[in-house]
Structure formats: C-alpha cells, structure tokens
Design a protein around this ligand. Structure first.
Ligand code: ATP
Ligand code: MG
Length: 207
C-alpha cells in the first residue's frame, strides 16, 4: 500500500512569517505532500502571556490567517493544550497510531537539525517520521550535508534536504522590528500584520 504523504510544519509561530510558509510550500512540491499541517506548539503555562509575545490564541489566529489562501495548507491545533505542553514524539506517535495509512514529513530549519539531539526522545521522533530540513543562518553547505548524513547514520532514519534558498528571517527579529515601529510588510502576510495591529501584539518590550 502506498501511504498518503502528509507534512507537518511545527513551530511557535510568534509570529508566523514567510519563511515558514515558503518551507511548507517547497516541501509540498518537492515531496508531493498531499497536505501540510501547520501545528503551533503549545506554550507551557509559565511561558504564556509574556510581555512582547502573542498569546496561544493569537498565535493560532495568525496561522489561520496566514495559510487561508493555500488549499493544501491546514491548521492543526492538536498541540494546543489548555493544561500543558506536548512533545513532538508523542504527537507523531499518536498520529501514526490514528492514521496508519499516512506517512509523516516533519519540516524543520537547519538550526533545529543542529539541536535535534537535545529534543525530547529524538530517536522516537526520527522513527515516527521523515525529517525534511531547510537551510538557515547561512549554514555552510558542506557542513549542512555532513550533518544530514550524520543524523541519518545516528538514527538510521530518513533526513531529507529541502531545496530552498537561505531565508534570512526569524520571528524574533520581526518581533523586534514591530516593537521599534519598523515596517514588516512582505515579511508577514498582510492579514497577519492587520491582526497584529488590531490586537496590539509585540509593541511592548519583551521580558
Ligand atoms: P524565533 O526567532 O522565535 O525562534 P523562528 O523564526 O525560528 O522564531 P519558529 O517558530 O521557532 O520560528 O520555527 C519553526 C520551525 O521553522 C523551526 O524548525 C525553524 O528552524 C524553522 N524556520 C523558521 N524560520 C526559518 C527560516 N527563515 N529558514 C529556515 N527555517 C526556518
Ligand atoms: Mg526558532
């Protein structure tokens, strides 16, 4: 049986920016993914409602707006828990149990690849999905390829390189730009910028 190929773009999305969207679209095309789920990660209670950050509800709403125009992007709220935090390995294992006809492609940037070993239960994550990795932070291509090869060997699992240009953009930098009153047009979807203005998110200095 050929399995349905489904992508997952996980992240804090505080806020969701064009880097995240470009990765999702590129993975859809390169790996023929039927759907890419954008899955905001829940914040543990002590990390909620921090100054200069969006609430869980606001992060979800920004994702909803950002992906609205794309028929193969969907929002998944399964990591948003009122009472806590959800680990990636648990989410992926639950998805495999619930949807045995699907194979999962978890999309990450190179920074996440380099700290993959520090994630909770990395071997279980690698066993439960294929990791699709995009370059980031001007990573040296030779070092990037070597890291992918090393991870494949260490976990005996699929680590795939996504063909994207280096996209020098991060939520952290965008939060700082908004806080300083700089324009973030074209880095964020207009509908997300409207929402940030309307809800007055990121204008306070971060804690
Ligand atoms: P922050 O600056 O708050 O950490 P971020 O821009 O890194 O935000 P996250 O929500 O932390 O965004 O990222 C979710 C996933 O998307 C991570 O795997 C991250 O590596 C990847 N990612 C985000 N931005 C980019 C980018 N510009 N290029 C490649 N990968 C990216
Ligand atoms: Mg990040």
């Amino acid at each position: 049986m050929t399995k349905r190929r489904i992508g997952i773009m996980g992240g804090t999305f505080d806020p969701i920016h064009i880097g995240h969207l470009i990765l999702g679209e590129a993975a859809h095309r390169q790996f023929q993914l039927e759907t890419v789920y954008f899955m905001p990660s829940g914040n543990p209670p002590h990390k909620r409602n921090r100054a200069g950050r969006a609430s869980d509800e606001q992060r979800v709403e920004m994702v909803r707006r950002a992906i609205a125009s794309n028929p193969h992007f969907k929002l998944s709220e399964r990591e948003m828990h009122p009472d806590g935090y959800s680990f990636t390995y648990r989410t992926l294992e639950a998805l495999n149990a619930e949807y045995p006809d699907c194979s999962w492609y978890f999309i990450i940037g190179a920074d996440s690849l380099f700290d993959f070993d520090t994630w909770r239960e990395p071997a279980r994550i690698a066993a439960a999905c294929s990791l699709v990795v995009a370059t980031r932070n001007q990573t040296d291509p030779v070092r990037f390829d070597a890291e992918i090869a090393a991870k494949r060997a260490a976990y005996n699992s699929e680590f795939l390189k996504l063909d994207t240009p280096n996209l020098d953009i991060s939520s952290r930098h965008l939060r700082e730009m908004i806080q300083k009153g700089e324009s973030v047009k074209y880095y964020l979807q207009d509908s997300v910028i409207d929402y940030i203005q309307q809800e007055h998110i990121y204008y306070e200095k971060a804690e």
